[in-house]
Design a protein around this ligand. Structure first.
Ligand code: F6R
Length: 622
């Protein structure tokens, strides 16, 4: 998740921009840059790696270094800054933002993905534009250049109309030393208004040290900011009236984006994080593009795969389980799941036609790394699915697919889980595409459904919380929670129960619903909340019979159902509904109420959800 910060005002802004970027570091990044406009000229400094490298590149923190860009006389009072999390194009200084147009008059920073970048690049190139990076973002600078005839806002509006995807961007022009223009489509964008100065950012913490007056920009809107002012218009240029708000967060709340905890903040980031994970990989409507992965795992190798083995621990293991169902369903390759700490001690049989997928958000979990190494030593190809660039997993694998969840500070995995699930879906569809196991129509339909997931995740988070809180209020003093599901609903039960144990310390178990009658049914009485995953699927009727068995024992059934499914309503005591999607994709929505349930139960019990007892974020000790 990239970070944007912009400033226009009366103060020299180099340090304001870098300080703002520092507050956005939690979003994760691999390079950073700033552009400053002074004396009719824009100077840019970009650096690969962390902000220390950017600070060094502008001459900060270096003995006697004044900073080439920043001290250009007169000091710039308008500028843009960016932290980049690579999507299109490698991690290089050239691909870092800000990006300029052909004449370097327009500079932009962008968060998100421009889906139609290839068509636009081809068209702009044929019109004579020269590109200097491999990014989708640079297209925006050239589009603004193309449409510009003196009015920056009008040029941004026209460029905005040409773009498809999910993004937010901010632009400046050498002819307009008092104006920044920004636009939002799905990715967050917020304006901070101070005395004779205005900020633009992806998140409030970027400017909170400077001003507490914030103005939210909505989807499809364009904002033109000048010192101390902001004019919002819709995509057609009609003025939009919007009141600014005072942000009342203290420093600690600011770090948590105004949420009470990192965990809740990270749950709220899921739409954005999943969008980042999938978007550029689904830019075509008929195939999945896994970029660098495709260099190591060639079509010939993919055609030869006899078996996939997934190794992972904890929440990552549950993401793998969802992936198993999706891969088998779509790509018809047999998939085995292994808990990484078990795999390496059972002398596994490995063949060169095995693809082993190691899932580890941190990329540093000792058991998962050991399993990946063992598989590789024994001749399998290994694909790492991780969230952390430069982590050990990236070095122990033949190919790496990154989730792009940004940093996850809460110990309990939430947004990294949904991004892992999304990435497993991508792998499933990619394999199906290469192995020809889905018809073109079905593949296109699933890709379209995948693209809608970030919206649906947002819709779910917005709609379920009150109901979930009601359940938490009623059950938080309970002695035991049971989670039941079948097929692709089962991994979500395992994840829900893990979250409940890990942050609420309430004993909980997850069972394949069909197994309940073989023992666990003895646990049920009228004090046991039973959470059932009853989203649409070919075996929903089977799940419904299991729910009847539960109710017959007097236990309360809390069903997670697809919106509008009457039969589930009739068979449960309380229903929490999630939007409809393809049944294989339902888990990524169904897990959201379960994360929230564990969260609210823990909060009602007064527990520290960000740092559960006895747990650390990464388990690296053998
Ligand atoms: C649970 C949780 C853990 C991790 C597990 C693996 O919320 O965070 O179960 O999923 O320790 O960690 P990674 O994915 O870093 O290998």
């Amino acid at each position: 998740m990239c970070g944007i910060v912009g400033y226009v005002g009366r103060r020299p802004c180099r340090d304001l921009l870098i300080n703002g970027l520092q507050k956005l570091e939690y979003r994760g990044y691999d390079s950073a840059g700033i552009s400053l406009l002074a004396d009719g000229r824009i100077d840019t400094v970009r650096a690969v790696g962390n902000l220390a490298n950017l600070r060094a590149a502008v001459g900060l923190d270096v003995e006697g270094g004044d900073g080439a860009v920043a001290v250009a006389a007169p000091p710039a009072t308008i500028g843009l800054g960016h932290t980049r999390w690579a999507t299109h194009g490698r991690v290089t200084e050239q691909n870092a933002h800000p990006h300029g147009d052909c004449s370097d008059d327009v500079h932009i920073v962008l968060n998100g993905i421009v889906e139609n970048h290839s068509e636009l690049r081809a068209q702009l190139t044929s019109e004579g534009h020269i590109f200097s990076s491999e990014t989708d973002a640079e297209i925006v600078a050239h589009l603004i250049e193309k449409h510009y005839s003196g009015d920056l806002t009008a040029a941004v509006r026209q460029a905005f109309a040409d773009l498809r995807g999910h993004y937010a961007f901010a632009a400046m022009h050498a002819d307009h030393p008092d104006t920044l223009v920004a636009a939002r489509q799905e990715c967050p964008l917020i304006v901070g208004i101070g005395a004779e100065e205005t900020f633009i950012a992806s998140a409030i913490p970027a400017f909170l040290a400077e001003t507490r007056i914030a103005l939210a920009i909505e989807n499809g809107e364009i904002v033109t900011v000048t010192p101390g002012e902001a004019q919002v218009t819709d995509a057609e240029g009609n003025p939009v009236e919007r009141e600014s708000d005072e942000v009342l967060w203290d420093d600690e709340a600011a770090e948590k984006g105004g949420y009470a905890t990192f965990m809740r903040k990270e749950m709220a980031e899921q739409p954005d994080a999943v969008a980042e994970t999938i978007a550029d990989r689904l830019s075509a409507s008929d195939r999945v593009d896994l970029g660098q992965v495709e260099a190591a795992l060639t079509p010939e190798f993919v055609a030869s795969i006899d078996r996939i083995v997934i190794v992972a621990c904890g929440t990552s293991y549950h993401a793998g389980l969802v992936g198993r169902y999706a891969i088998e369903q779509w790509a018809r390759v047999p998939v085995e799941m292994d808990i990484a700490s078990e795999y390496r001690y059972r002398d596994p049989v490995v063949s060169p036609n095995d693809l082993v997928i190691g899932i580890t958000q941190s990329g540093e979990t000792a058991d998962t790394l050991a399993a990946m190494r063992l598989a590789r030593e024994r001749g399998a190809k290994v694909l790492a699915l991780t969230n952390i660039m430069g982590s050990q997993a990236t070095r122990d694998a033949d190919a790496v697919l990154f989730t792009r969840a940004g940093l996850e500070i809460g110990v309990a995995a939430t947004k990294t889980f949904t991004c892992q699930v999304a990435a497993m879906y991508l792998i499933g569809l990619w394999l199906a595409g290469l192995r020809g196991t889905l018809s073109d129509d079905r593949l296109a339909e699933l890709i379209a459904e995948m693209k809608a997931l970030p919206h649906k995740i947002q819709e779910t988070l917005d709609s379920v919380e009150d109901r979930v809180k009601a359940v938490a209020r009623a059950e938080h003093r309970g002695r035991f929670f049971l989670y039941l599901g079948r097929n692709i609903g089962l991994p979500i039960c395992l994840e829900g129960a893990l979250k409940m144990k890990e942050i609420s310390y309430i004993p909980s178990d997850a069972y394949a619903a069909g197994e309940m009658k073989h023992g666990p049914i003895a646990l049920l009485d009228d004090s046991t909340p039973v959470v059932c995953i009853a989203t649409d699927s070919p075996i929903l009727d089977k799940v419904l019979s299991n729910m009847e068995e539960v109710r017959a024992r007097g236990a309360d059934v809390i069903a997670i159902a697809t919106h509008g499914q009457e039969k589930v309503r009739d068979a449960s005591d309380l229903v929490i509904e999630v939007p409809a999607t393809d049944w294989v994709l339902q888990p990524i929505l169904a897990v959201l109420p379960l994360q929230l349930l564990a969260y609210h139960v823990a909060r009602m019990l007064g527990l520290n959800v960000d740092q559960p007892r006895n747990l650390a974020k990464t388990v690296t000790v053998e």
